[in-house]
Design a protein around this ligand. Structure first.
Ligand SMILES: Cc1ncc(COP(=O)(O)O)c(C=O)c1O
Length: 337
């Protein structure tokens, strides 16, 4: 393994020792195996290639202040993959199989888990693919489940520093009764154009409004949205938003802080009324938002970021993830490496 400069890691792919795999054939899952192969040999007519029959997850392992390694809410990721797969008529690994494959992939790559204090962590990427050769649009009978890991730094370049974002008016990431609530590749394919345009203009991410009317806030291309005002943590309730595990955790932590949690549609006009807004997700953790630009009205909503509540929430979440405070909600799962 070449020397990794943990403190300088961005959010990208770093080659590790191996990945874990498991295949579904004839109605059942096989054994989890480890392979050093970074490629997937696959039939040219596999349903994942043509019809997007694929789902994935993203979670992290943290090396704690006490030296212990911990997954954060891995059971939630397993359940979300089961939901995503069901929506696309795919076979999903059970919660137990999901966890086993993740554990094996992490254990076999222990030296890639960034040390405590570097701000980096080990990102775990489970991936589920339909691999039966089909030409008609239908579900696979065979599936491949892969888990690879890669050490990562912050998703947004400067970590817990304010980001500028832009409201996306020309593209939708998900249809009103479509796949937005699932973690499937098609949602991201639909967002690549808008994401690239946002980056070119110097924005960290794009913020989607509801696809039907553009009247309500949905989410960012790669993270959920929350706003803070009047002692409340407000986050969109929308079927086109990915149910973020970070957001779910922040809602609980916000309640712990004595905030009222409101899970409801957020009308566009409300954006200007928030004291703080933020993007949250496994990759982003919390990125406080400094400015939201709306090209339709050429208007910028500004926030003094990072705000007090976002900072408290970020600190609480990371304190649990890095084992600095008691995990009283039972969110972490130790892994012996
Ligand atoms: C579109 C989208 N929304 C929200 C999130 C955050 O979800 P989670 O907190 O489970 O990582 C992600 C993934 O990080 C995402 O890709």
């Amino acid at each position: 393994m070449s020397e990794i400069n943990w403190g300088q890691l961005g959010f990208g792919y770093v080659k590790t020792n191996c990945n874990a795999r498991c295949e579904f054939h004839d109605g059942k899952w096989g054994e989890v195996t480890l392979t050093t192969d970074e490629t997937i040999p696959m039939h040219i007519a596999a349903t994942c290639l043509h019809y997007g029959q694929e789902a994935f997850e993203g979670l992290k392992v943290f090396r704690g202040v006490d030296g212990k390694a911990r997954f954060f809410r891995i059971e939630e990721n397993a359940r979300r993959m089961i939901n995503s797969a069901a929506y696309l008529k795919m076979e999903a690994p059970s919660e137990e199989l999901f966890i086993k494959a993740c554990e094996e992939a992490v254990k076999a790559n222990a030296e890639f888990l960034p040390p405590y204090g570097t701000g980096a962590s080990l990102y775990v990427r489970p991936l589920l693919l339909g691999i039966t050769a089909e030409v008609g649009v239908k579900a696979s009978k065979d599936y491949l489940f892969v888990v690879f890991v890669t050490p990562v730094g912050p998703y947004f370049k400067n970590g817990f520093a304010p980001i500028d974002v832009v409201i996306e008016r020309d593209h939708d990431r998900a249809a009103p009764r479509g796949t937005g609530h699932t973690k499937v590749g098609g949602n991201y394919a639909a967002s690549i154009n808008a994401g690239a345009a946002a980056h070119e203009k110097g924005y960290a991410n794009e913020l989607y409004l509801d696809a039907a009317e553009q009247k309500y806030v949905d989410e960012f291309g790669a993270a959920n949205f929350f706003g803070i005002k009047d002692g409340k943590y407000v986050t969109p309730n929308s079927r086109t938003v990915l149910p973020s595990i970070t957001n779910k955790s922040l809602r609980t932590l916000a309640q712990d802080l004595g905030l009222v949690v409101e899970d409801r549609p957020i009308p566009y006009e409300e954006i200007k009324t928030f004291e703080e807004t933020g993007a949250c997700g496994t990759a982003a953790v919390i990125s406080p938002v400094g400015n939201i630009y709306d090209p339709k009205y050429d208007v910028t909503f500004h926030y003094d970021a990072p705000g007090k509540v976002s900072t408290q929430l970020f600190t609480m979440l990371q304190d649990i993830q890095y084992g600095r405070i008691e995990d009283k909600h039972g969110w972490t799962r130790e892994i012996d490496i």
